[in-house]
Design a protein around this ligand. Sequence first.
Ligand SMILES: [Zn+2]
Ligand SMILES: [Zn+2]
Length: 297
Amino acid sequence: MTKDKRRKTAIREMQRATGTRYTRLAREVVVPLAGQTFRLADLLAECATLPHASVEWDFPERYAPAVFDSSLIGTAVPYGTVLELAGILAQVGPGGSISLESVSPLAQAIVVCRKRRFQLVLTQDMVNELCQKPECPNSSDSWAFTHCRDHLAECGTRDLVSMARDWGHGRREEFDENPAVVGGSTDVDPLIKAAVASVSFEPVRDALLDACFGDPNLFDDMYWDASQSLAVQHAFERERLRIYEVAQAEVRRIHKVTGSCSLCGKRLFAWNPSIPPTRCPACAPPRAAELSSAAFT
Ligand SMILES: [Zn+2]
Ligand SMILES: [Zn+2]
């Protein structure tokens, strides 16, 4: 007997014994498949070959998706949800390894492929990409961010810089006709705030400005029209200032929440981007260069 059949039998038995609705029990009775790994091709094979399953939904049947009983996921899964996942993972290919993080039957399954986490919606033909922090239920604020705003600050400088570059290039492509209007989007602000908290403000700002505008020293060569060059120069300076103001506002917010230095308790006021915003200069952790020179003395 497959795990799925075992689960269904268990549900039917509980239904007979308790008189509780099948749908409610189906949400509660979980065969522990979490942690199991399979290939995308295996899930697609199930999707292509398994017949429609009948499910007692707790909403009108006409809104229900067509589903099949997946032994890999351990519950009924909409065909459309699997096809959407396959579309998103097209570049990974059918050999891509997928692991099952959690399943709530007839509600959702969370799967992970190469660090990317996806919520398979089991009541509609739908997939949502989630924050890459395990067990986080949130989505990120942008296609270019790998984590939600609560967890962006946990990403290292390298990852934040890479996200800034991706976001900036996307933004630049969107406004390629008129680069003077590339700046000003608050969509990137969660990344700037995360950079402040993780002491990565300067490299993230520089990557963002470079991806959005290019090198300001080359504006005169890039734009033959002097007025356009000037307009882009102004837009660059405006965005640089806006990013700084977003960072300053975030520092003020952090100082308000923390109140004082997390180590010595002294009042916090000024901001030095190379010091954690929760510490005073005297309690700043030694920088990497100082650490390595200290090791030789
Ligand atoms: Zn998160
Ligand atoms: Zn201190």
